[in-house]
Design a binder for this molecule. Structure first.
Ligand code: DHB
Length: 314
């Protein structure tokens, strides 16, 4: 069987397929019906210092080939997470990355510091790209100096793998990846959701209470692939590819575009075992094609022909 495992900043990970933040709760929701030990790891729902109720309904709407959401970072807060969720996460045989969202630089630092001492947590993913909150979120994620500053501060507080989750709602995502890399991030997650909107034509009102929300699912896959391709060519640190992956073929496209690993998100709402099937399917593809190590697919795109608009400025 093809080798599926890899190393991220000195941490051994079973395979290159993870469940994306906000799409798998705190890992325990589907414990009886899906086997998370078949994954490279779990990215938790975004954690903030205090519990957050999130935005008022309507918070989710289906769209063509995807969904829009405006959850507003609803979560139980870091202290309840430690008390109620870490005991389960300690028992699962897969890596756990805590995703952190915050309104201020200090809040990011505080939440990370609380979790840094917990052996159950294998690494961090920093959400600087939530489209649905007034403070923090995109105000950080669309400023290169802010992404650099957050990375610099958090880097000084953790020895664990530190990933920065970037927004596609910018002109050149590679500039943000370079800023994170320059301040010592171990990787970047590309992409978070695209800003989208839905309207009810009878009421003439926006469907979501916040008017706009984050678009995810297969509808965004081509955008995500291009952003991963752009990012992977601009930095040396690993890129976690995210955006509309529903099967192994999708995931392999991301690996070829330069992603070191992938996260499955929206597909989990249709099938809580989708990510496990993606992991199995990648190995099966490698075995069928005599590829000894899944890692040899990373960045193996044959782009010798054709010219991308990205070429002109990268
Ligand atoms: C939310 C956060 C995100 O990072 C995102 O991409 C979409 C929605 C939220 O909690 O509202």
């Amino acid at each position: 069987m093809a080798t599926a495992s890899f190393q991220l900043a000195g941490v051994h990970l079973k395979n290159r397929v993870f469940v994306a933040s906000g799409t798998y709760g705190y890992g325990d929701d589907c414990a009886e019906i899906a086997d998370v030990s078949k994954l490279g790891g779990i990215f938790t729902k975004s954690l903030s210092m205090k519990p957050r109720a999130g935005n008022p309904p309507v918070r989710i709407v289906e769209t063509t080939g995807g969904m829009l959401n405006s959850i507003g970072l609803a979560n139980i807060g870091v202290h309840r997470f430690i008390q109620e969720k870490l005991p389960f996460l300690h028992r699962v045989d897969t890596a756990v990355f805590a995703n952190i969202a915050a309104s201020t630089f200090d809040e990011y630092a505080e939440v990370l510091t609380i979790l840094e001492g917990r052996e159950e947590i294998d690494g961090f993913e920093i959400n600087v790209s939530c489209p649905n909150v007034r403070e923090g979120g995109l105000t950080f994620g669309t400023s290169v100096p802010a992404v650099a500053e957050i990375t610099r501060r958090l880097r000084s507080l953790t020895k664990k793998p530190l990933l920065i989750k970037l927004t596609p709602n910018v002109t050149h995502i590679a500039e943000f990846a370079r800023a994170a890399e320059g301040e010592g991030a171990d990787g970047v997650s590309v992409i978070n959701t695209l800003i989208g909107m839905a309207i009810d034509i009878r009421t003439r009102k926006p469907v979501l209470s916040t008017v706009t929300g984050g678009l995810s699912g297969p509808a965004i896959k081509p955008v995500a692939l291009a952003k991963v391709y752009e990012t992977a060519r601009a930095v040396k640190i690993p890129v976690f590819g995210i955006g509309g992956i529903v099967n192994a073929r999708d995931a392999i496209e991301f690996l070829l575009a330069g992603a070191t690993a992938v996260q499955v998100g929206t597909a989990n709402f249709i099938d809580p075992s989708a990510a496990m099937k993606v992991a199995e399917g990648i190995v099966q593809f490698c075995d069928e094609n005599r590829i000894a190590d899944v890692g040899s697919l990373v960045g193996a795109l044959d782009a010798k022909t054709g010219v991308s608009v990205l070429d002109s400025w990268l």
